[in-house]
Design a binder for this molecule. Structure first.
Ligand code: ATP
Length: 614
């Protein structure tokens, strides 16, 4: 039934998005349906809808079969001499069955589709919530894109199954069983003949179907390639135009599209051929049955076979055959959904390695803001052989500001990651206010810190939204005060809608320096005792540089601050500079002392800050 399919399928935009993901069409199916068991808790939560859907399903299958009996009645009883009362009664009965069928179909569609949508909405929420609880180690192994494609493509596959395929499959199963029983009751001999024809029809379907599927995956892959190329070149159109490569790009895109077209034509040809064979077998077979049944009814006057019975039998055979075909198709969908569910479950089952201990030790209140690394060794889970930190020790006193300086790969960012407890050290201890981070609740640890990331780490939404991200429930005055303190108020007020102007994805409508100042303001809103600042490496113009330094001076005042420093002004302002190399502290002191020692720092200062070593 067409309405069935339309009812539970995702919208055109969603379909297109799914299609454009190259793997979507080729998502693996699973032979065993075990992973689908994971759906049960989600379905059980809405068992009422499932029961109603099953009820309507049974009624609609029964009514469909009932209609075939109505057809027989009409055929056999409507004669020129029929009494008007009998005629009215037949049509009344037929009308009642048709009404029942319509109502039960509508009811089934409503409840099953609502169930599907509800289950997927719950699953999406559970999935996202779980993903936000996972630690950095997990994302080192699973790409973000893969997580997203499970949230979109795989969820959509499961949604189609819960909202459509299962209901269609069950309806077809019931229809098939009912139709087959009725056919056997009418004539076991003709039923045998139908089975024989069915085998002949199914053969090209099985062999042809496999070819069509293979070709359609191939065509979709070609299409995905073309779209991927288009996406890349439109994204980098300025480069394409600057190099005058439009014609070459057009040619390459055309080739991809033509390849996709040719792949589609092969698929359509195979499909057309298959349709030809199937229809010939189907009509030939039906002709033979009608012919033989007519002989039995009108020439040999066999008992129980009338014109009405023949019509009913043919409709039943059509229903049974259609149901088997639909079941075959649905089986593929259900296997695909099992594969999708398995991929979703992999994420749902992933356990964060960083979690609060059973009885977390509370951090002392009020917070002091002391940080200590004691002989810490650490290697990333993905690179166990490479020591990102080795015998790393660092004590930062309350209110002190420490600049971390060192060549790329020295381990500066790793210090922040351990402090935020995205990872645990392999050996040694990291403490905040004297408490080993492993004994504390990670949420409480992070609540003591405010991070200004190198890329600012802002989100779409307005400046207000981004500022409030620092502390939920902060009032507007606090947010504006923080923006003023971080030298961000002036440019934010100048935006068309001031602080409420949407800033675009990752706040890309702002300049680098403005983003940094907004990120500093957000950290100020958090009002945490420890400030972690990863300075932007990209060059800022003199004015922006001055404003960022002003913002920093305000932000670091009265707080323990750790800064990954890339600018001279920052290291000059710091109470202490810690020089790192290959995961170790190699030197520390104030700028002048370090330059005078003419070691690694002096060379770095020369390279990074453009200073001549003394
Ligand atoms: P930069 O100034 O370039 O940001 P950095 O001093 O901050 O460098 P880190 O990012 O702390 O250096 O990296 C320290 C070492 O750990 C490097 O050798 C780096 O290749 C490695 N590393 C960093 N992140 C990971 C990760 N997620 N998985 C595996 N290795 C990593």
């Amino acid at each position: 039934m067409a309405s069935d399919v339309a009812g539970g399928r995702p919208g055109a935009g969603q379909l297109l998005a799914a299609e454009m993901q190259s793997q979507a069409a080729a998502r693996d199916a699973r032979r065993d349906l075990q992973p689908l068991a994971r759906l049960w808790p989600f379905v059980r939560a809405h068992i009422g809808d499932a029961i109603f859907a099953a009820l309507f399903l049974t009624v609609s299958a029964a009514a469909t079969l009932g209609l075939t009996s109505m057809a027989r009645e009409l055929m056999d009883k409507i004669r020129p001499d029929i009494a008007p009362g009998a005629l009215n009664s037949i049509f009344l009965q037929a009308g009642a069955v048709a009404l029942l069928l319509s109502l039960s179909t509508a009811g089934r569609l409503f409840f099953i589709t609502r169930l599907g949508e509800r289950v997927i909405a719950d699953m999406r929420e559970a999935f996202y919530k779980h993903v936000t609880s996972l630690d950095q180690g997990f994302f080192a192994e699973v790409r973000t894109g893969e997580v997203l494609s499970r949230l979109t493509t795989d969820m959509t596959i499961v949604e189609t199954m819960v909202g459509t395929s299962i209901s269609v499959a069950l309806r077809n199963l019931l229809t098939f069983l009912g139709a087959f029983a009725l056919m056997m009751w009418i004539s076991p001999a003709f039923t045998g003949l139908v089975l024989l024809i069915a085998v002949i029809v199914v053969a090209p379907l099985v062999f042809g179907g496999r070819t069509v599927r293979r070709l359609s995956v191939y065509a979709q892959e070609r299409f995905a390639n073309a779209i991927a190329y288009a996406g890349e070149t439109i994204d980098g159109l300025d480069t394409v135009q600057a190099f005058g490569r439009e014609a070459a790009a057009n040619r390459r895109f055309s080739e991809s599209v033509e390849l996709a077209f040719r792949a589609s034509v092969s698929r359509i040809r195979a499909r057309a051929l298959m349709t030809l064979l199937v229809m010939m077998c189907l009509f030939g077979g039906t002709g033979v049955i009608v012919w033989q049944a007519s002989l039995a009814a009108f020439v040999h006057h066999a008992a129980g076979i009338t014109g009405g019975t023949i019509i009913q039998f043919i409709i039943l055979a059509g229903l049974a055959g259609g149901s088997v075909g639909a079941l075959g198709e649905m089986w593929g969908d259900i296997q695909k959904a099992a594969g999708a569910m398995e991929r979703i479950s992999e994420i749902l089952d992933a356990q964060p390695t960083i979690a609060a201990p059973p009885n977390p030790r509370p951090l002392p209140a009020p917070a002091r803001g002391e940080v200590a690394f004691e002989d810490v060794d650490f290697a990333y889970p993905g690179r166990p052989d490479l020591a990102a930190l080795s015998h790393f020790s660092l004590q930062v006193k309350r209110g002190e500001s420490v600049a971390l300086v060192g060549p790329s790969g020295a381990g500066k960012s790793t210090v922040f990651k351990l402090l935020l407890r995205f990872y645990d050290p392999v050996s040694g201890v990291v403490r905040i206010d004297g408490v080993d981070l492993r004994d504390a609740d990670p949420a409480e640890v992070r609540a003591r810190m405010a991070l200004v990331a190198q890329d600012a780490g802002l989100f779409s939404g307005s400046a207000m939204d981004n500022l409030r991200f620092g502390k939920e429930g902060a009032d507007d005055d606090t947010l504006r005060a923080a923006a003023r303190a971080a030298e961000a108020a002036a440019f934010l007020e100048a935006l068309p809608d001031g602080f409420d102007t949407p800033l675009g994805e990752r706040a890309k409508t702002l300049s680098g320096g403005q983003r940094q100042r907004l990120a500093i303001a957000r950290a100020l809103v958090r009002d945490a005792p420890i400030l972690l600042l990863d300075e932007a490496t990209s060059a800022l113009d003199a004015e922006n540089e001055r404003l960022v330094q002003l913002a920093l001076a305000g932000a670091t005042h009265g707080r323990t601050t750790l800064i990954i420093a890339h600018r001279l002004a920052t290291v000059l302002a710091a109470d202490r500079i810690v020089v790192m190399d290959a995961g170790r502290v190699v030197d520390e002191g104030r700028h002048a002392e370090l330059v005078a020692r003419d070691g690694l720092y002096a060379r770095l200062a020369e390279l990074q800050f453009g200073l001549q070593a003394a």
